[in-house]
Design a protein around this ligand. Sequence first.
Ligand SMILES: CC(C)(COP(=O)(O)OP(=O)(O)OC[C@H]1O[C@@H](n2cnc3c(N)ncnc32)[C@H](O)[C@@H]1OP(=O)(O)O)[C@@H](O)C(=O)NCCC(=O)NCCS
Length: 232
Amino acid sequence: MFFPDENVLCIDQAGADFTSVPRRERERASRFQFVARKNSYLLGRLAVFELLRRIYDGQSLEEVEIINSSLAHEHGQPRIKTNGQTKGHISITHSEQMAACAFNFYHPIGIDLEKVAHRDESFTSQVFLPEEIQYIQSFHQSRQREIITLFWTAKEAMAKCLGLGLSISTKSISVQLDGEKLNFSDDTTLQPIRISGSVRQTQRTFRFKLKARRILNAKGDVFFLTVASECH
Ligand SMILES: CC(C)(COP(=O)(O)OP(=O)(O)OC[C@H]1O[C@@H](n2cnc3c(N)ncnc32)[C@H](O)[C@@H]1OP(=O)(O)O)[C@@H](O)C(=O)NCCC(=O)NCCS
């Protein structure tokens, strides 16, 4: 378990102790049919409660509940409730045997974690805008899967911040690196990568600041973890 930022926690299932997840969350998890889903749900909840324990520093979390919103426009977005009242904003993500969460007292936040893996050309052309594809192709082929995964996490993090998830087209979301061209290597693992992005909806354009990190897990797999907050 580690904290890439004070309001972000990333956790590996290896060695995770689910007994610190509140009983009602464990009961909810037991209703999932598939073990992998039950574990990902529990790991996400464990991440949230560990992060809140640190933020609330010793205060009781007995009354804290995480509810996946059933409102049509934010279907599935997690909400944090204390004594039935929403207090603060959270976002949860899982990938393989890892999970991460982010918390913000005042503003919605979105987080996404993805393992670097091969994604074929049809994925790239379906998901990315022409200028993003151009940027991806400016990298040596051996690095392209990393930048594709990074950009993908950025798009998902923004969609989650808005509570829309991928009910919106990924091409209405644009991603752009701030600063110099990226240099991916094990030396740059965990270094913050600054990204700007926007989501175009019919009436409005929402602008975001994002912070990403390249992560290596215990098995040596590479992931990207990206957190999005809207610019106000
Ligand atoms: C949100 C979404 C992009 C996540 O995709 P993913 O990469 O497979 O999964 P991740 O592990 O990164 O994230 C899953 C978490 O996202 C959160 N989430 C789900 N829907 C969300 C939404 N609309 N906004 C923000 N967060 C959401 C949940 O906390 C979920 O974890 P949990 O179920 O354990 O609580 C995807 O589930 C989605 O698009 N959902 C919405 C679909 C939708 O609205 N459809 C409308 C037509 S029915």
